[in-house]
Design a binder for this molecule. Structure first.
Ligand code: UD1
Length: 428
């Protein structure tokens, strides 16, 4: 059954108040789920968000023979001694992160077949760097109409020295996982440094992997045997994209909102922009409090970048912010070329946005937004629409919210607790 968010716009009033908790990060959860294939014993995961991408990956793992049990926010995963190494096409196409299963599968079981992965439609999203890395590690690749087939030539992968042309999150994680069970040393140069990669690497190291350079662009992994968790649980990080998006909502419509259960350091780039734009906030170890504005916000220029730079996943909510700030703000999306298309809908709502090319838009503010009938185009822009609808004059209906449910757990309940007039309705 299709569902819709109905939002009664607050018309620019700053009325939201109270605490909003951040849940565990989807992007962290998905990667430890993939990494469970490297373990001899059961991996227990805590702080797991109840989002549909996690359920979809659990189904893919179950197809392979992984025994997954979920109780509330806890998930336990036990990999089989021999697995079905062909990823189901329909399921794998549901989410991009399915591609991260390929590294540990190939490393442990010697083969993997998978379709081109799915996920948010935010540009080409090729997998050339995965293919190149597996070949370097001693895998042969063949393709047919539906699948890539990889087989480790000697029955197992070998360490390799590689430079990633792009500091890709997925490639860094996938190669790191594969390298843990390869023979010899793998060196990943220009590795991505996102907190989720660091959390995963630290856990793997605590369970027997030999990884150095964690949190730097130079990862060195000495391959070895299967890892053992021995009851050590994996604690999923707070979702930094929820953290940043909630802080933006608080800046635009709040009069004292505290974002709790988060790590403010993970959104340092956003907070730096907040300071320049005139947003009043303060941080504690695990919370951010955003106060009501005392003067109009000022525009800033943003440029997305790999961590610790400004996250591409916060680009759409930040563009909504800029529609309410005085002056001109340039948004430069450097990672994905299709990730500014949603701005057409903000223009329909009344925003003054000029697109120069698929990577750059200029936002002039402040402009009053007016509620509209919208369709969430992807996960992150979908949440940005909820924020835009909240501050708009008049009501909005946001359709295709299954995109939002992929990564944000019942976000409307948490928004409603702050005072956002939002309801989830079934489409007739
Ligand atoms: C992850 C996050 C996603 C976030 C992105 C960038 C997950 C599940 N998703 O996605 O939310 O937006 O990081 O922070 O963790 N690329 C290639 N060839 C490849 C692989 C990637 O050209 O083989 C390109 C991509 O098209 C993109 C860039 O590299 O332009 C960065 O993407 P990447 O870091 O790989 O993103 P994901 O891991 O897919």
């Amino acid at each position: 059954m299709n569902e819709t968010f109905h939002v009664e716009g607050l018309g620019g009033e700053h009325v939201l108040q109270g605490d909003i908790p951040v849940h565990g990060a989807k992007n962290d959860t998905l990667k430890i789920m993939a990494a469970s294939l490297l373990f001899e014993d059961l991996v227990a995961v805590t702080n797991v968000p109840d989002v549909t991408d996690v359920a979809a990956l659990a189904e893919l793992l179950a197809d392979m023979g992984v025994h997954a049990t979920r109780t509330g926010r806890n998930l336990s995963l036990a990999a089989p001694t021999s697995a079905n190494t062909t990823l189901d096409t329909t399921r794998a196409k549901r989410l991009r992160a399915s591609v991260t299963l390929t590294g540990p599968t190939l490393a442990r079981y010697g083969a993997v077949s998978f379709p081109h992965p799915g996920g948010c439609v935010i540009g080409a999203r090729p997998i050339d760097l995965f293919i190149e890395a597996f070949k370097k590690m001693g895998a042969d690749c063949t393709t047919d109409d539906h699948h890539y087939h990889f087989v480790a030539r000697d029955g197992q992968l070998h360490g390799a020295d590689m430079f990633l042309d792009i500091a890709s999150v997925g490639v860094t994680e996938t190669v790191m996982m594969a390298a843990v069970l390869a023979t010899g040393t793998t060196i990943i140069r220009n590795a991505a440094m996102e907190p989720e990669i660091q959390n995963l690497a630290h856990y793997l190291a605590a369970c027997g992997a030999r990884i150095t350079g964690i949190g730097t662009p130079l990862l060195v992994i000495e391959g070895g045997s299967l890892l053992t968790a021995r009851g050590k649980a994996y604690a999923v990080l707070p979702d930094r994209i929820e953290t940043g998006s909630f802080a933006i909502l608080a800046a635009l419509a709040g009069r004292g909102v505290r974002i709790t259960h988060c790590d403010p350091q993970h959104v340092a780039a956003l907070l730096s922009f907040f300071s320049k734009a005139g947003v009043s906030y303060h941080t504690d170890a695990d919370s951010i409090t955003v106060q009501a504005p005392t003067a109009p916000y000022r525009s800033v220029n943003i440029r997305t970048h790999e961590y610790p730079g400004f996250s591409t996943d916060l680009q759409a909510p930040m563009t909504v912010f800029l529609t309410q700030a005085e002056g001109e703000g340039m948004v430069f999306e450097t990672l994905f070329e299709g990730r500014l298309r949603y701005t057409d809908d903000l223009v329909r709502m009344g925003a003054d946005i000029t697109m120069f090319d698929p990577h750059r838009v200029m936002v002039r503010g402040p402009r009053t937004l007016t509620g509209r009938n919208l369709a969430a185009p992807d996960l992150r822009a979908g949440l940005a629409y909820v924020i835009a609808a909240t501050i708009a004059a008049k009501d909005s209906d946001i359709h295709t919210i299954e995109h939002i449910d992929r990564g944000y757990e019942r976000v409307e309940e948490r928004f409603r607790a702050l005072g956002v007039p939002i309801t989830r309705t079934q489409e007739k």
